[in-house]
Ligand binder design. Structure first.
Ligand code: MG
Length: 423
């Protein structure tokens, strides 16, 4: 049983009596909920080649983040994405690539219409009959939070129809075509609408049917409900739940997300066998020795351990998954290039290297004279100052496979920081 405690909605103050304050919710007691995400727009206002919902937000497309926020709740039994016809295949590809199998099982993708209203109608048409509560959410609001979603669901359950909204903060001016202020608007009763907008299914279907009869086009679902005479209540939205409409909104969303994830830690370990007829490459340095490390790539065990530590911190699997040794393009490759590629992945996800600590386990040859160059190489790839990377070398006093000189191993730990700390 999942119990959720929602915070008291004190921000309503004296203006408005909240319909619940602090409440425990057994989400299994709620009726089956469905979500419709109209993603039918082609986002030309954003000035990008692709619709804005496909743009990357710290490694995850905006649309995927919007869908995930709902699919992470078990009580959401079905989520319909109404996608532009021209981008249907791309929508399917992206969602399948980023969502888990159990999430994909609850996903339906349909062709959206020319307007938001058409897209929501298309979504309603394919929602399973068992769905009783419907939430409609903008594809371009990827930072919607669990508490706002639950407030909408509970609100719709109690009142029939609700929208997430926030009281208007700024003073509002009515301005004439000549640019002159005509009036100051009383904002005490003005709220800024967000999504989700949630309603009992039969109410939403009634509103859409009446709008179709009257050829009414609304800017959101609440306006259609209002036009049909169905009361709509506001529930508190969230300031983070802003719509991404301009490139600057994307930057703000990146900052908000990055702040959430301040640091990440990762560990990497690698070992390779010493054989005749191979160069010994460690941390990008070719070390003069009669044996070299065996492997598909240049077998640079130091770069591999650091690369694996970075991937570990990112929660992105391991080096073998990203650069399989069955792939001929990695045969004999300079492993520093692989490290650079993983560093770029970290940057895409909004992280930079804080520091790394490596221990090379090697009986022979002596590595002390080479450590400074290795440090400089790894620092350049990770776009940090050399001081951020510490490399130690140790023997195992002739114990074990490294002690017998059969191979060389390396351990690495890294700390990633949110942000762009590179030079
Ligand atoms: Mg390796």
């Amino acid at each position: 049983m999942i119990m959720v405690r929602l915070r008291a909605e004190t921000e309503f103050g004296l203006q408005f009596t909240p319909f619940f304050s602090s409440v425990d919710v057994d989400t299994h007691q709620l009726p089956p909920a469905g979500v419709i995400i109209p993603a039918g727009g082609t986002g030309t206002r954003f000035g990008q080649a692709c619709p804005k919902q496909f743009l990357d937000l710290l490694g995850v497309p905006i649309l995927v983040r919007s869908c995930r926020a709902f699919l992470e709740l078990d009580l959401v039994r079905c989520l319909v994405v109404s996608a532009p016809a021209a981008y249907l295949e791309e929508t399917i590809r992206l969602l399948h690539a980023h969502l888990t199998d159990p999430q994909v099982e609850r996903l339906l993708i349909t062709t959206g219409g020319a307007t938001r209203q058409d897209s929501v109608r298309a979504g309603l048409a394919v929602l399973p009959a068992t769905i009783d509560l419907v939430l409609v959410h903008d594809a371009a609001r990827p930072l919607v939070d669990r508490a706002t979603i639950l407030r909408c669901l509970l609100g719709a359950l109690e009142h029939g129809a609700v929208i997430a909204a926030l009281p208007v903060k700024d003073t509002l001016k009515q301005v004439g075509v000549d640019g002159m202020v005509e009036a100051t608007i009383d904002r005490s009763r003005l709220w800024q609408a967000q999504t989700p907008q949630a309603a009992r299914r039969h109410l939403l279907e009634q509103a859409f049917a009446e709008a179709a009869c009257r050829r009414l086009v609304g800017t959101d679902e609440a306006s259609l409900l209002e036009a049909a005479g169905i009361p709509v209540r506001v529930v508190t939205g969230n300031e983070r739940n802003d719509k991404i409409t301009r490139p600057s909104d994307l930057r703000v969303a990146e900052t908000l997300l990055a702040e959430e994830r301040v640091m990440k830690i990762g560990h990497g370990f690698d070992a390779h066998r010493l054989v005749a007829g191979r160069k010994l490459i460690l941390g990008g340095v070719t070390v003069d020795y009669h044996l070299g490390l065996d492997g598909h790539s240049d077998a640079d065990v130091v770069s591999h351990a650091l690369t694996d530590a970075l991937l570990g911190a990112l929660g992105a699997g391991d080096i073998g998954r990203h650069f399989p040794d069955s792939d001929p393009q990695y045969k004999g490759i300079d492993s520093l290039l692989l490290l650079e590629q993983v560093q770029r992945l970290a940057e895409q996800q909004g992280y930079c290297l804080g520091n790394a600590d490596l221990t090379i386990v090697c009986q022979r040859p002596k590595l002390a004279p080479h450590l400074a160059v290795m440090q400089a190489n790894l620092a350049r790839c990770c776009r940090v100052e050399p001081e951020a990377i510490n490399i130690k070398a140790t023997t195992t006093e002739k114990m074990g496979y490294t002690g017998r000189g059969e191979g060389i191993a390396c351990h690495a730990v890294v700390l990633l920081r949110a942000g762009h700390g590179y030079q």
